[in-house]
Write a protein that binds this ligand. Structure first.
Ligand code: ZN
Ligand code: ZN
Length: 340
């Protein structure tokens, strides 16, 4: 099968022909329809973040496809079923999994990091992790449920606990942030979207933002706090320490800050304000298996739109072009690698 492979220290994935994997007992092989091209992969390519699987490794963690071969003992699934693969596979038996918090599983395996991922024609994964998709949904577009939709759903619903009538600020309207906007609006909040790109802000408005602010504006956090009277919840979806403090500054007394963006850097926090004003800080990572069926239902009933989120589609041979377009800062929501 064809696969786009990451080699240590290389900034370009090598398009190679590698053996098609065979499913072992309890596993299935999936013919990949599409894989979302996520900014996270640039951490390996451009920023030296090591992958858990020793390279060469196939990245890509937003995968949808069709089951084409069942391993021994797999009875729940049939060949031809449409599925989405969660970006993170969980063990189901560690302390976190037993508490119902599988997204922070102590033995989590990230697809396209711990194991070979989705920039390929086929993939083998454990059958127990798969999420079924109704056949009338666009199979390619559903790939982004695996991360670009699941991460914001968990951030808004489980960690932000966003309620109707609340005021919410969202800093960063990329592939994940734009869907924090979408889910928070769906939850009934008044959503204030912030980004550097006017095009992304326009999209945020289309997907439910009440107001948008360009972060180029000086002291944008103060302007937002003044305009709203202070936000109940603020989301940072970039992973920039400065922006995290900015987002926190939009909060009212007793407000909640949810960290969705990743950074390896430390952040200096305003300790007195956090203590005196009872500010809350919560991390948010991925989502739990139980959340996926809700997200699929929301897509199915038309409450969450997928198609407007897909910016460009690339063949597997052109997957490096998809990364270049992200590097060039084009106003991309989600690029897809498609195999058809
Ligand atoms: Zn991702
Ligand atoms: Zn676990």
């Amino acid at each position: 099968m064809k696969a786009a492979r990451y080699y240590k220290g290389e900034k370009v994935l090598r398009i190679e022909d590698i053996p098609t994997p065979e499913p072992a007992a309890g596993e299935v092989r999936i013919k990949i329809a599409a894989c979302g091209v996520c900014h996270t992969d640039l951490h390996y390519l451009d920023h030296g973040v090591p992958t858990f699987k020793e390279p060469p490794m196939t990245p890509g963690h937003e995968i949808s496809g069709t089951i084409e071969k069942l391993g021994d003992g797999v009875t729940k699934w049939n060949e031809g079923d449409h599925v989405v693969i969660p970006a993170v596979l969980t063990c189901g038996s560690c302390e976190a999994c037993r508490r119902g918090r599988e997204n922070i599983c102590q033995n989590m395996m990230m697809v396209g990091n711990n194991i070979d991922g989705g920039y390929a024609e086929q993939i083998v994964v454990s059958a127990k992790d798969l999420i079924p998709l109704p056949k009338h949904l666009n199979l390619e577009d559903c790939s982004i449920i695996a991360d670009a939709l699941s991460t914001p759903y968990h951030a808004v619903v489980n960690r932000g606990e966003v309620k109707p009538g609340q005021v919410v600020s969202v800093f960063g309207c990329g592939g994940v942030g734009i869907n924090v906007v979408q889910f928070a609006a769906l939850a009934g909040a008044k959503v204030i979207a912030v980004d550097l790109s006017d095009e992304k802000l326009e999209m945020a408005k289309k997907l439910g933002a009440y107001a948008t602010y360009n972060a180029k504006e000086e002291k944008v956090e103060k302007i937002i706090r003044k305009a709203t009277g202070g936000c109940d919840t603020a989301f940072e979806v970039i992973g920039n320490p400065k922006v995290m403090l900015q987002a926190m500054s939009t909060l009212k007394t007793g407000g909640r800050f949810v960290m969705v963006g990743y950074t390896a850097d430390s952040v200096a926090l305003p300790a007195a304000r956090i203590m005196y004003r009872e500010m809350e800080i919560r991390g948010s990572l991925g989502c739990r298996p139980v959340d996926y069926n809700v997200i699929v239902s929301l897509v199915d009933q038309g409450s969450i739109a997928l198609e407007p989120l897909i910016s460009n589609r690339y063949s597997i041979d052109d997957v490096n072009k998809a990364f270049d377009d992200i590097r060039e800062g084009k106003p991309i929501i989600r690029n897809l690698m498609v195999t058809s």
